[in-house]
Design a protein. Sequence first.
Length: 179
Amino acid sequence: MRIMTGWYLTLASLLAVLLLSAPSQANEYRCFGDNDEWCAWTVPESTPEKGWGTISKVRHRGLVVETVIDAQNNVAALRVRVSPVTDQETASVTLSIRNGERDWRMWRNFTGNMERFEETITHFVLSRQALESALEAPADAQLYVFVELKNGKRSHKVSHKVPVAPLGQALRFARMGGS
């Protein structure tokens, strides 16, 4: 009887610790910037291979454009997702990093490579150099994302700019969690 009671007490103590302990820093999501321009998430405990990430998401003239800096399987990347896109349309993405310079020759421009198309979302990945340029950009810089959809006869273009200033906070949160 004593052995059984001790086992139940140990189990009850373990359950109390698990249920009453402070939540871990995994599976958190938080937004940064004056208008929540960048949001970030920490590594999910259940699927650590999905990694951490930051996202800037806008809806512009019928398209949703997501600019993402994340790490999947310990590989960091700069990605852009565009939706909705039909299988009759061709999408292209260009990213320009501008730090207030009026001289266009000082801008850093990158073209996204289509990674995959699934359902209505086209996924693009940008070069390692684009990722490094975005991470090293000064706080006053802007990321300009240009998207073009073509469907044979017509072309649909959208663009938007994302401030770099809150990106640093979002990346720190994504990689380290909140306090």
